[in-house]
Design a protein around this ligand. Structure first.
Ligand SMILES: Nc1ncnc2c1ncn2[C@@H]1O[C@H](COP(=O)(O)OP(=O)(O)OP(=O)(O)O)[C@@H](O)[C@H]1O
Length: 244
């Protein structure tokens, strides 16, 4: 889908956020960008989204470059419009593209259903829990049927129980939607649970230290699988070595 080729990003003022970074994104892949604060994860995600341009290197899309709606973005904060209902928040990206309300509603309701929010269409954000607000945010990103879903620490502010539930549900959503996911996280446990490929990044300057492939079949019960514990240990060792 996308080849990131020897990309660097130096910000005005001289901070080298990314150096010589290469990464391939395939159709239907699930990639975690894992590393400590400041290693350039968000910078790389913004470059993939086209929200920022590299200082050096190239981003090469296979076939046509993404059109509006081909990329969905989910942030740590759900960033919902507080005065709008769940339905209207999910409608927003379609409304901005000129889709009428009557044409959009079946798609909006399908997206809300996909994240388990049927029955909450007319609820406003303040009436929803943190996990439910994040579900609305994911539905809003899915409603345009993106080929690529970019997620920047979306579950970091949630409690552990809610986080585990959303992680398991995200795997179902990913399988159903068939899109490619790039998921930024600080958590080794989260990366090991979700991703097919875990990309380890290190700071100063931000770069990719190593890429690891998962042998797990991701599912809710994966957390109890000794192979999951072994993968977590393997990533921890690799991260320690990369940061040494
Ligand atoms: N717009 C900017 N201008 C200057 N420096 C920046 C800018 N954005 C990011 N940086 C710097 O680039 C480096 C990488 O930042 P980035 O946010 O990509 O890291 P990160 O791995 O996502 O960190 P975190 O996990 O804390 O979000 C950091 O040193 C950061 O301070």
């Amino acid at each position: 889908m996308l080849t990131v080729s020897n990309v660097g990003r130096i910000f005005p003022g001289g901070v080298e956020a990314l150096r010589d970074t290469s990464l391939r994104l395939d159709e239907s892949d699930f990639i975690a960008l894992l590393g400590p604060s400041g290693c350039g994860k968000s910078t790389l995600l913004r470059l993939i989204a086209g929200l920022d341009q590299p200082t050096s290197g190239r981003m090469l899309w296979d076939g046509r470059p993404p059109a509006p709606g081909d990329i969905g973005f989910v942030f740590q904060d759900a960033t919902l419009l507080p005065w709008s209902t769940a339905e209207d928040n999910v409608f927003l990206p379609l409304r901005l593209r000129g889709v009428s309300r009557s044409e959009a509603m079946p798609m909006v309701h399908a997206a809300l259903h996909r994240v388990g929010l049927t029955g909450f269409e007319t609820a406003r954000p303040r009436a929803l829990s943190g996990g439910m607000r994040m579900r609305v945010s994911i539905a809003r990103a899915l409603v345009t049927r993106p080929r690529l879903l970019l997620m920047d620490e979306p579950f970091a502010a949630l409690d552990e129980f809610t986080r585990h539930k959303l992680q398991a549900d995200l795997l179902d959503v990913w399988r159903e939607a068939g899109c490619t996911v790039v998921f930024v996280t600080h958590s080794i446990y989260e990366a090991a649970f979700l991703a097919r490929r875990v990309v380890l990044m290190t700071p100063r300057p931000g770069k990719i230290a190593r890429e690891m492939t998962s042998a797990l079949q991701p599912a809710a019960e994966t957390r109890l699988d000794p192979a999951y514990a072994a993968f977590v240990a393997e990533i921890s060792r690799a991260m320690q070595a990369a940061l040494a």
